[in-house]
Write a protein that binds this ligand. Structure first.
Ligand code: NDP
Ligand code: ZN
Length: 351
């Protein structure tokens, strides 16, 4: 079978590999549509997970099941499925402790294009099919379905980590596709004012649609100063971080009210430490919580998140700004995600 792979850091291309084998609990799937992620860019060009040779890329897509193991109960060949980016081992101790995304070690629930071949391939392997796959609802198209692999679960996890409650004022730092879903998640959880940080107009427009009420550019001065100014010095109840780098934590702490919470879903690719400003952290006693996490996967979560789309509560169509048809466009879409032109949110390829 053919797959589009990371040949080494900074180099990618098509390769031939053997079709993966199906274990008793597993499924083999073929893609219906695929999406490119900023994490693919970090992996390939920034060496975010270290050197990898001939590893097939990709962890976002939806698919048709072509084979299942003899112990799989709820899926059969021909089923159309949602495929989460994170596919934990559900019988691990970490999963039993409530942190399935770290099953087998820190971040080890992330398997596609990390520890094993990803989904940019004619066929790909899914471990623990009953626990990880979800049936694709008939009223969700394959392009929107790709957003349920990672963008929705990750963005929404930001709102969960920040513990957004009814009436909270929320600052969302970064409004790429992940941050946009954090805006949508915060809005669904009842946030009042949602202040969004980003500059690309296409993202600002989408953020408005998802419930952002105010906008800030990180290029126009310190984020905390802008937030404090627009909140009469009070700051916000919650902060979700979905963009920028380690430098975003200090302003986040500075404009967070005592008792506030920060939920980070951003990948921090450089810098040794995160700076927590001593005074604004209440000299150690401000009850300002900093939390960060990899998205939770799992069938139940996929079913619940997709039910928001099915029920008309969450419109994913603004995210897929560039839709291609056919395998030949994978490379073009990947390079587009790296270069992030002004009109791009997400590139998707229908197979
Ligand atoms: P994008 O690059 O599309 O968006 C990043 C956003 O951050 C943009 O709005 C950008 O603004 C803004 N930004 C850039 N620099 C700064 C800065 N210095 N201060 C404040 N904001 C800034 O990324 P994605 O939305 O695709 O992904 C966001 C992050 O989430 C990535 O790091 C990705 O790897 C990570 N991720 C994490 C997952 C998890 O499970 N935790 C899963 C998937 C992704 P502008 O409008 O100017 O471009
Ligand atoms: Zn992703």
């Amino acid at each position: 079978m053919k797959g589009y792979a990371m040949l080494k850091i900074g180099e990618s291309g098509w390769i031939e590999k053997e079709r993966p084998k199906c274990g008793p609990l597993d499924a083999i799937c073929k893609p219906l549509a695929l999406a490119i992620c900023t994490s693919d860019v970090h992996t390939l060009w920034e060496g975010a997970i270290g050197e990898r040779h001939n590893m097939i890329l990709g962890h976002e897509g939806c698919a048709e099941v072509v084979e299942v193991g003899e112990l799989v109960k709820d899926f059969k060949p021909g089923d159309r499925v949602l495929v989460p980016a994170i596919t934990p081992d559900w019988n691990s101790l970490e999963a039993q402790a409530g942190f399935s995304m770290h099953s087998g070690g820190m971040l080890a629930g992330w398997k596609f294009s990390n520890f094993k071949d990803g989904v940019f391939s004619e066929f790909f392997h899914v471990n623990d099919a009953d626990g990880n796959l979800a049936h694709l609802p008939s009223n969700i198209n394959t392009v929107d379905a790709c957003m349920l692999s990672d963008m929705v679960p990750t963005g929404f996890h930001g709102a969960e980590l920040a513990d957004v409650q009814y009436g909270d004022s929320v600052l969302v730092i970064g409004i790429g596709p992940v941050g946009l879903m954090s805006v949508a998640g915060a809005n669904l959880r009842g946030a009042s004012r949602i202040i969004a940080v980003g500059t690309r107009q296409v993202c600002v427009d989408a953020a408005k649609g998802y419930g952002a009420t105010d906008f800030i550019s990180y290029k126009n001065g310190a984020i905390d100063e802008q937030v404090l100014k627009m909140t009469d010095g009070k700051g916000v109840d919650k902060v979700i971080i979905a963009g920028g780098g380690v430098e975003t934590f200090s302003p986040a702490v500075k404009c967070l009210k005592p008792g506030g919470k920060i939920g980070n879903v951003n990948y921090l690719g450089s810098g040794e430490n995160i700076d927590i400003p001593r005074v604004e952290w209440g000299v150690g006693m401000g009850h300002k919580l900093i939390n960060g996490g990899l998205m939770p996967g799992g069938r139940l979560r996929m079913e619940k998140l997709s039910s928001l789309v099915s029920a008309g509560k969450l419109d994913l169509s603004p995210l897929s700004t560039h839709v291609f048809e056919g395998w030949d466009h994978i490379e073009e879409a990947l390079f587009l995600m790296r270069d992030k032109p002004a009109d791009l949110i997400k590139p998707v390829i229908k197979i």
